[in-house]
Structure formats: C-alpha cells, structure tokens
Design a protein around this ligand. Structure first.
Ligand code: IVH
Length: 725
C-alpha cells in the first residue's frame, strides 16, 4: 500500500481541523464562515485522500460520521447516573410556591436565589459519553435507568462533536441534551416524504425519536436533526475536574467544548425573574422555529443544587413550567375542498373547535386525498391536531373511530346532504333519515367515507388528476372564480404589487360582483363605483384608487412574482428578472433558456414557458402595460452578486426606505432575506424599534448594522466599489 508522505499527512490533518471547525461554527456558534461549496470541496478531498491511504482513516474523522448498519437491534445500555424527569408547574402560583419552598429549605430569601431558565425542548433526550475527549457512547433516555445504545446514529449529527474541542475537559464526560428538528426542516422533510411515499411523521418530536431509532445510520444522516446540550452530568468521580460553581457556567463550558446550547438560556433572580422569563418565552414560543413544551427553571448554583438533592425521580432544584399542548384531540366533523390559486384542491378538515397551543383551531389542512387515505380518515373520527408556530394546523393521526355517529350526523345534517349520491347509496338507513329528517337519526356502524369531488366545488369544471401526482386540480383556470379570487389576492399582496387597501374581503366582493375578472380590471376601478360598496366610504375608495395608481410603478421581480406562475416564488422571480433583464425577453424564452436560470429546473421552466404561451395571460400583461404599469427594466447580464450565498435579516423601522425596498436592494446584490435570525444569518440590519431579533443577533454574535451603516454598505456594493467580506 502507498505510504503517505508528510505532505499528505499534513493536508489530512488540516482538512480535518478545518471541517471540524466549520461544523462547530455552523452548528454550535451559529456563525458560519465557510460556504457550503468550500465545505463540500474539502470533505471530498479528505474522502479521496482516505480512500488512497486507508491507513489514515480514523473513527473520528469528519468523513466517518455515517457508519454501517448494525446487524441486530440496539444494545441495552444502563445509564451511569439515571436520567430523571422534572416536576411540572402549570400556573404562575406554582412557580412562586417553588421559589418559596426552595428559599425555606435553604433558609434564605427565595427572591435572592439565581435561577437558570431555559426552553424545555420537545424532542428526544439522549446522553453522550466522552472518554479522553472522544465520543464513545450515545444512549436514548429509555426508562431513565436503561436506554438504547444508538452511538452510530448520533455520530451522524453534525451538532454532536465526535471529539471535544479545547483541552480542559475531564477524563470522562457525560453530556445530556435533546435531539430536535426545526419546524421548517420538519415540514420540508414531510412534504418530500408525502411526494415520494416515504415515512410521514406527526410532529417534530416523533420525527426526532423515529430518526434516532433507525437501524441504518445512513437514514439517520439524511434527517435534519439537531442536538442541544442542557446538562453536564456531575459524577462524584469526575467532579474534581469540573469546578464551575454554576449551571450557567457549565453551559458556557459545554459550548467551548463543541456543543450547541440553547441561545435562550438566561439567569434570573427570584420568583419575579422566573415568571417574567416564562411569560416572555411563552409569548415568543410561536416564533422560535422549533417545538418547546415549556420552560425549565434550575437553581443556578451547583452547591445549592447538591444541597437540595432529589425526591423520588425528580430533582428538587428544578421545575418545568408547561405551556399549552401543541397536539390535541378532537372530532373530524366534515371535509371541505378548497380551490387554490393554481386550481389545486386541498381538503380542509372541519373540526370540533379545540384549543391547540393557546389558539382555537376549527380548520386544519389534510394536504390531499393521499393524506386522507394514509391516515385512514372518515368523518366522525376522533383525530389528533398539531399546530406549531405559524404553520397551518394539521390533522396528524386518527385516534379511534367513534362507532356511534348519530350525534355527529345530527350536528351536521346539512353538509351531509351535500355529500351526495355515493354516501346515500352506501347508507340506506342514512338515506331514509335524510329524507325524513324529523325521525331519530340511525346508528350506523362505521363512519362516512371521504371522497374527492369529480367536479370543482366552485365552478363545476372537470377535476384533473394526473397519474402519480397526489394533487387534484380544477381545470377551470381563470373561469373558476375561486382561482381568480386567489390569483387577485396574490397579485395585490404586499410582496407582489403591494396594493394598499385592497384586502381579501374587498377582493371577494369585487369577484362576486364580477367587477374584476383579471388583474387589469383592478386598474379600471373607479372611486365613485367603489364608494357604493358596503363598508367602503368615499375616502377609502379614493385611497384605494390612489394606491392602485402608486402600485403601477413597480419592479420587474415584483411583477413577475405577482403574475402567480406556478412554483415561481419571490426568489425565482428575482432570478428570472436578473437573468433576462426584460419582461419581453422572459416572455419569449424557450424552455432551455429558462433552465439556464439559477435554481430553475425543468418543472419550473415548463410552468413559466406554458404560462407565457397562454393567450389570455399575454393579453392581461398587454392590458396592464397599456394601463400604465411600468418598471425599470433590469440591467441585462449578470450583475455583480457580492452577497450571493448570504442571508440577511431586516428588523425595526428604516427611515430612508421601507423594509421591502431594503429587501429588494439586498436581493439584487444576491442576498437572501429571512424573517428570523438563525445560524445562517450573515448580518442583521436593525432600525429603531428592533426587538427580539436584535437581541438574538447580539446574543449569537451576528454582526448588526444600523441604518447609516447599512446605507453606506449598500451604496458601496451597488456601485461595485466594495466586495463583501
Ligand atoms: S434538565 C434532572 N433541561 O425534559 C433534570 N431537561 O422532564 C434533567 N428537557 O426528558 C433535565 N429540555 O429531555 C432539562 N433544558 C432542559 C430540557 C429538558 C427538555 C426534557 C428532558 C427530559 C424531560 C424532563
């Protein structure tokens, strides 16, 4: 076998150090430095070298995160120190009582005690053991005493260091934490699974636990899992080596050693501090981007923790303050089919109203017919509904079918009638009841089947179902008032043409009255006509006409986005505008030209091509132009993109421009603009009134610019005088 030269050894060592460092910066510090392309290039080079010199392969090399599948299931592993649970508090009074109890027990004023408060992450708990700095074992919580050894699966998580950073760690270290999945990644994973017929998970917790219990680590490696450390296990034997006096200091130490800790952790004083933290976190719960089921309050001082000790299976020094559950049970009363902007039919579950995560839910999405079949749903079923963040509530599983549906039938007699012939045919008893509605409803074993309509529920056009595609579509196009309505709402929306004062309700009215059929009709509306509509006064009508006039001055990316071409979102619209420079060039582009645009594949290219080949679309565009719609054409050709690959966040108000203008200027320079600060954020622009996003950026060490600094940079980049760092 080839003997590696010193040069090769050095290169391998450098690559490993660089890759480990890149992972740490990305997954732990939330401060990525290396681009994905650079990361991949280094990883590939390291793989090549390790293939050429197999002797150099080491188990902790960044190439070795994905190992082979074990022959059998997972071994049972006993925890050296049991993994305990926490006592719960459901009301602020219980938090007060907790603080007082601890104060009494420690014979001091509870309100002088320092508490470390953290989100209670809703995922799967695991314990990691490091020996001489190397990850040797990773175990699930199991029953708290014994768990399952899932080391090879945990090694695939980039947020779990295989080798500790720094030096001052003890011989043996045990670190505990939660494996979770962020909402956005969970949704994307489920969407993909729905399309490809893979495993769909009910919620991020199930997805995390299920992904960790895969026998093949190659599958775990594809799942967007994240480990967050929340506890350094104090064993008497290793205590001597870790002499931090507080839990919060231990969290900082864990971060230095290479672990991600939750950026929301905070040390507060007394009951007031604890309650304020729980309230604040509860208010921001929906915006965090991951599931939490509460806040964990821990006495910060470790000596006091030891003094307080444990009762039964929970520590005296900690408590979990629980927030309302994000998954709740209710009854599926009916299914209605909604027609979207592109004609897609979405089944919407009509539910017995239920409070989920603090919000009353009576509608939930069922995605498509495939999902209804997958869940095995029938009307009358008892189902679980999950709601997280801003994501649309979902029916995630059937709990049990309720055998007696008479109660349900009584409640929803009218929509039953509309269910039509298939139902009546299959339910003679029901048919009799429907006909003679006054009699007692029949008790029928089994529940009502849900069928997808063969005609559009709005315009009665034929429904198209393509083979192998789960989505059914109304073929009515703009003939269908539902599609028209949605297309107009999209056209007028803030991120598209931004027509102030043209809300959804008004669009509904305008479509209903047939005053508006195409976007061009909007610009023909007259204030005196509008003023005759209910809830429209002369002033609001004048304002709307002025807003329409103002909206005529737009930008090419906005206009392309506003057209509502299938699968052309804001980013694709911006890419198309940049690539083609003019609308005419885009309208004439062939499929191959379209595929040459960044992030445009064959499917999107074909949607764009088809859209511009429809005579009615070309007519509408011509009419809009003749009504005075204009934009500055983009400069043809590739303009410099100094911010390509960077994600920026704008927060607070800006004086010299609107946030949308700032966003457009950043996008024109190649940046992506996101709504929340994350590990990928390159910089945050904070104007007056900036709140939690600014705080988060500061906490994470993300660079922050004020408006003046932002303007200076923008101008330098736009004039090409400065390249981004
Ligand atoms: S501390 C001895 N901190 O909550 C106490 N637990 O009921 C050790 N959990 O299954 C737990 N986030 O997985 C702690 N920041 C956090 C947590 C947390 C979530 C989970 C943990 C355990 C359960 C305890």
């Amino acid at each position: 076998m080839n003997q590696p030269e010193k040069k090769i050894l050095d290169e391998v060592a450098t690559l490993r150090a660089e890759l480990d460092d890149a992972n740490y910066r990305y997954y732990v510090l939330d401060e990525p430095r290396m681009t994905d392309a650079d990361y991949d290039r280094r990883l590939r080079r390291l793989q090549e070298l390790e293939e050429a010199y197999p002797k150099l392969v080491r188990p902790d090399s960044p190439t070795q995160r994905v190992g082979a599948a074990p022959a059998e299931g997972f071994p049972k592993v006993a925890h050296a120190v049991p993994m305990l649970s926490l006592n719960n508090a459901f009301a602020e009074a219980e938090l007060k009582a907790f603080v007082k109890r601890l104060g009494d027990r420690l014979e001091r004023d509870g309100d002088e005690l320092a508490f470390c408060c953290e989100p209670k992450l809703d995922g799967a708990a695991v314990s990691l053991v490091y020996e001489r700095g190397q990850l040797t074992s990773g175990v699930t919580r199991g029953d708290g005493r014994t768990g399952e050894g899932i080391t090879s699966n945990l090694k695939t998580l980039k947020s779990i260091p295989q080798k500790l950073r720094g030096k001052e760690w003890p011989e043996r270290l045990e670190v505990r934490g939660e494996v979770t999945m962020r909402h956005a990644e969970f949704e994307a994973m489920n969407d993909k699974a729905r399309e490809e017929g893979g495993k769909v998970f009910a919620n991020p917790r199930n997805a995390a636990a299920g992904s960790l219990r895969q026998l093949d680590p190659r599958i775990t490696a594809t799942r967007p899992l994240e480990f967050t450390a929340y506890q350094l296990v104090q064993e008497m034997a290793s205590l001597a080596n870790i002499d931090t006096p507080t839990h919060s200091e231990q969290m900082s130490l864990l971060r230095e050693w290479g672990f991600r800790v939750n950026p929301e952790f905070k040390v507060v004083k007394g009951a007031c501090g604890v309650i304020d933290y729980c309230r604040d976190l509860g208010e921001r719960r929906d915006a965090l981007g991951y599931d939490i089921d509460g806040a964990v309050i821990k006495v910060d001082n470790l000596r006091l923790q030891r003094e307080l000790g444990f009762v039964a299976r929970a520590p005296r020094w900690a408590i979990a303050y629980k927030y309302p559950a994000q998954e709740k049970q209710t009854t599926l009363k009916d299914v209605k089919w909604q027609v979207g902007r592109t004609g897609a039919l979405t089944p919407v579950a009509k539910l017995e109203p239920v409070e989920v995560g603090g919000v009353t839910v009576s509608n939930a999405t069922l995605h498509n017919m495939g999902e209804i079949l997958r869940l095995g749903l029938r009307i009358g079923d008892v189902v679980n509904v999950y709601r997280a963040g801003d994501v649309i509530p979902k029916v995630v599983r059937k709990v049990s079918p309720s055998r007696d549906i008479s109660r349900n039938l009584q409640r929803r007699g009218t929509s039953l009638r509309r269910q039509g012939p298939s139902l009546r045919r299959s339910r003679p008893a029901l048919r009799r009841w429907l006909k003679h509605g006054s009699r007692k409803p029949p008790v029928i074993a089994g529940l009502m089947r849900i069928t997808s309509p063969s005609r559009c529920p709005v315009c009665h056009s034929q429904i198209e179902r393509l083979k192998g595609v789960a989505v059914a579509r109304c073929s009515g196009g703009l003939y269908c008032s539902a599609q028209r309505r949605e297309a107009l709402k999209h056209f007028a929306s803030r991120r598209a043409m931004d027509i102030d004062g043209l809300g959804e309700k008004l669009i509904d009215q305008l479509v209903e009255l047939d005053w508006v059929k195409t976007p061009a009709d909007l610009f023909r509306l007259k204030a005196e006509d509008l003023a005759t509509l209910p809830r429209m006064a002369q002033k609001s009508s004048d304002n709307l006409v002025a807003a329409l006039e103002k909206a005529k001055q737009t930008t090419l990316p906005r206009f392309i986005f506003a057209l509502g071409i299938r699968e052309v979102g804001e980013a694709t619209a911006a890419n198309l505008a940049r690539h083609f420079g003019t609308l005419d060039a885009l309208m004439e582009a062939e499929v191959a030209d379209l595929e040459a645009v960044e992030d445009v594949g064959p499917v999107v290219a074909s949607h764009v091509y088809t859209f511009f080949r429809q005579p009615h679309n070309r007519e509408t565009i011509e009419e809009l132009r003749s009504l005075g719609l204009t934009w500055k054409e983009e400069v043809v050709g590739d303009r410099p993109q100094p911010l390509a690959g960077q994600t920026w966040v704008l927060t607070g108000t800006l004086e010299s421009m609107t946030r949308d203008e700032g966003k457009e200027r950043l996008q024109a320079l190649g940046a992506k603009v996101a709504g929340s600060v994350s590990k990928k954020t390159a910089a945050v622009v904070a104007g007056p009134g900036a709140g939690s996003k600014l705080a988060k950026a500061e906490q994470m060490g993300v660079p922050v610019l004020d408006e003046q600094g932002f303007l200076e940079r923008l101008e330098a980049w736009e004039s090409g005088k400065e390249a981004a760092q």
